[in-house]
Design a protein around this ligand. Structure first.
Ligand code: C2O
Ligand code: CU
Length: 475
C-alpha cells in the first residue's frame, strides 16, 4: 500500500468522526466545493413488487425502497455517503463504475472491513466522469443484491445535453414463489455452475410495469441499468429506433444497436436517446429477446392523446462530451492474458483453491465451479492474478473458454474494448463491464492510472461467488 492511500484512508476516517460530532469536515481536495452529503440505510422491508393483487415481498433495500434513492451529483462533485447497516449481517457499498480511490471501493477485506450489523461507514469521493452508474453491496452479492439492495448513481454533465426528459430504468430480476415471497435458494450449485440466478419476475424501478407513458414528438434520454444478478437483457423498442449514446457511463459514438436490440449483461448500462416518433394514442411494446425461448414484453410505451410536442421530432444526434480518460497507447502497451474456465459443459477438471490444486468434485463441494487463469477464488482477499504497472498502457486479452456468457467487470478503471475475436470493434467503446459470449475472445485496453488492488470478476453474481474473480494490482 502506498503512503498516499494510507493518508486518504485516515482523512476519510477523520471526516467520518467529525461528521458524527457535527463539526465541519475537512476538505481533502482543493478543487472540491462542498460535498454532497447523504445517508443510506440498508435494512429489511416489505414492499410490493408484483402489484396489489399479490402479498408484499420481504426484501432488503436502501432507505426502505427499491431501487434505493437515485443519487445525482454534478461531474467533479464530491459525494459523502454515510451508510448505516441495519441488515442482520455485514455489508459494504460498491460504487459501480466510478473511478474512485481504492479505499472507497467497498470491497470487504480488500479495501475496508465490512460494515457490521448495526454499524456505519462513511464513503467519500469525487465523481470524475459524467454518466450512469449504480451502487450495490459487495458482500454476499448474490443474496444481498438478489434481495433488493441496489440504486442508481447519476453523474450529470457540467452542461447537460438538451432533452425533454431524463429517465432512469433500473432493471431487476427476482425469483419469487407463488405467494410473492423471495425464493431463498441463493447460491445453489445449479445456478452457480450454469447461467446464474435467473428469476421469474422482471421489474423496472422496483415494480412490474404495465406501461410507460410518453408524448408524441418528445425526446427522452433513457438510462438503462441492469441490476439483475444474472439475467441478460436484449431490449427491442418496437417501432422505434433508439440510439445508444453512452455505455457503462462513458459516451460512445451515437449508433443504433445491431437488430435494434440493446444488449445488457448484469451491471452494464446504456444511455439511449429515444425519439417518440409515434402518433398520439399509439401503443408500442418493449420486448426482451435475449433468451430465445423466453421472449416477453417488458412494458408498453403508451402515447398520450396530447398533440405532438413539436411539429417534427428532433433529428440531430445527441452527442455527449467525452470524459477525461487516459488514452491507452496500443503500440507499446504491456500485454496480458486472462482465461476464464469452468462451468457446466466445460472441460475444467481441476483448479487452484486456497493455493492447492483441487479436483472438480472437491471444488463443487466448496461451492466453486469457475476459475480465472486456473484459480478458483473464494472471498475477496487474495494474491493478485495480474500486476499492472502504474500509468502504463495495457492490453488484456480475455479468453472465454466456457460455454456461458460472462459480463466481466474491472473495478477502479474504464477500459476500451478494442477487438473481439481478433476483429477491431467499430466504436472502441469504453466500458467497465464487457460481456463475453461463449468461447469469445476480446482485447481490452487501458492506462492503469488508479493505484490499488482492484477486483476483476464476472458480474453474474453466482459465477463470482463460484470462483470467477480475482485481483488486479495496479502499482
Ligand atoms: Cu458491480 Cu465488483 O461490482
Ligand atoms: Cu460469469
Amino acid at each position: 500500500m502506498t503512503a498516499a492511500m494510507i493518508n486518504r484512508r485516515r482523512v476519510v476516517a477523520g471526516a467520518a468522526s467529525l461528521l458524527a460530532t457535527g463539526s465541519l469536515p475537512l476538505r481533502t481536495s482543493a478543487a472540491a466545493g462542498a460535498a454532497k452529503e447523504l445517508r443510506l440505510v440498508a435494512a429489511p422491508a416489505r414492499l410490493s413488487l408484483v402489484g396489489a393483487q399479490h402479498p408484499a415481498t420481504e426484501v432488503w433495500c436502501y432507505d426502505g425502497r427499491i431501487p434505493g434513492p437515485e443519487i445525482r451529483v454534478r461531474q467533479g462533485e464530491r459525494l459523502r455517503v454515510v451508510v448505516e447497516n441495519r441488515l442482520p449481517e455485514v455489508t459494504t457499498v460498491h460504487w459501480h463504475g466510478i473511478r474512485l480511490p481504492n479505499a472507497m471501493d467497498g470491497v470487504p477485506h480488500l479495501t475496508q472491513q465490512p460494515i457490521a450489523s448495526g454499524g456505519q461507514f462513511t464513503y467519500e469521493f469525487e465523481c470524475p466522469d459524467a454518466g450512469t452508474y449504480w451502487y450495490h453491496p459487495h458482500h454476499s452479492s448474490s443474496e444481498q443484491i438478489g434481495r433488493g439492495l441496489s440504486g442508481s448513481l447519476i453523474v450529470e454533465e457540467r452542461d447537460p445535453p438538451r432533452v425533454d426528459r431524463d429517465v432512469t430504468w433500473l432493471l431487476s430480476d427476482w425469483r419469487l414463489l407463488k405467494d410473492a415471497s423471495m425464493s431463498k435458494d441463493f447460491g445453489n450449485m445449479h445456478d452457480v455452475s450454469h447461467g446464474g440466478r435467473i428469476g421469474n419476475v422482471v421489474t423496472v424501478n422496483g415494480a412490474v410495469q404495465e406501461t410507460f407513458e410518453v408524448r408524441a414528438g418528445e425526446r427522452i434520454r433513457l438510462r438503462l441499468i441492469n441490476a439483475a444478478n444474472a439475467r441478460i437483457f436484449a431490449l427491442e423498442f418496437e417501432g422505434h429506433a433508439p440510439k445508444i449514446v453512452a455505455l457503462d457511463g462513458q459516451p460512445v459514438e451515437p449508433h443504433e444497436p445491431p437488430q435494434g436490440r440493446i444488449v445488457l449483461g448484469p451491471a452494464m448500462r446504456a444511455d439511449l436517446v429515444l425519439d417518440m416518433t409515434g402518433a398520439p394514442g399509439q401503443i408500442s411494446r418493449v420486448v426482451d429477446r435475449f433468451y430465445a425461448s423466453l421472449n416477453y414484453r417488458l412494458l408498453n410505451l403508451v402515447y398520450s392523446q396530447e398533440p405532438a410536442r413539436r411539429a417534427q421530432t428532433v433529428s440531430e444526434p445527441l452527442r455527449l462530451p467525452a470524459n477525461a480518460l487516459a488514452e491507452p497507447a496500443l503500440e507499446n502497451a504491456e500485454r496480458h492474458r486472462i482465461v476464464l474456465g469452468g462451468g457446466m459443459m466445460g472441460q475444467m477438471s481441476a483448479a487452484i483453491m486456497d493455493g492447492k490444486r483441487t479436483d472438480i468434485r472437491t471444488l463443487f463441494q466448496n461451492g466453486l465451479a469457475w476459475a480465472v487463469n486456473g484459480i478458483a477464488a473464494r472471498g475477496h482477499l487474495h494474491e493478485p492474478i495480474l500486476s499492472l504497472s502504474l500509468n502504463r498502457s495495457h492490453i488484456i486479452e480475455l479468453v472465454n473458454d466456457t460455454a456461458w456468457h460472462h459480463p466481466m467487470h474491472l473495478h477502479g478503471h474504464s477500459f476500451r474494448v478494442v477487438s473481439r475475436n481478433g476483429q477491431p470493434t467499430r466504436f472502441r467503446e469504453w466500458q467497465d463491464t464487457v460481456l463475453l459470449a461463449p468461447r469469445e475472445r476480446a482485447d481490452i485496453a487501458l492506462v492503469a492510472d488508479n493505484p490499488g488492488d482492484w477486483m476483476f470478476h464476472c458480474h453474474i453474481l453466482e459465477h463470482q461467488a463460484g470462483g470467477m474473480m480475482g485481483v488486479f494490482r495496479v502499482a
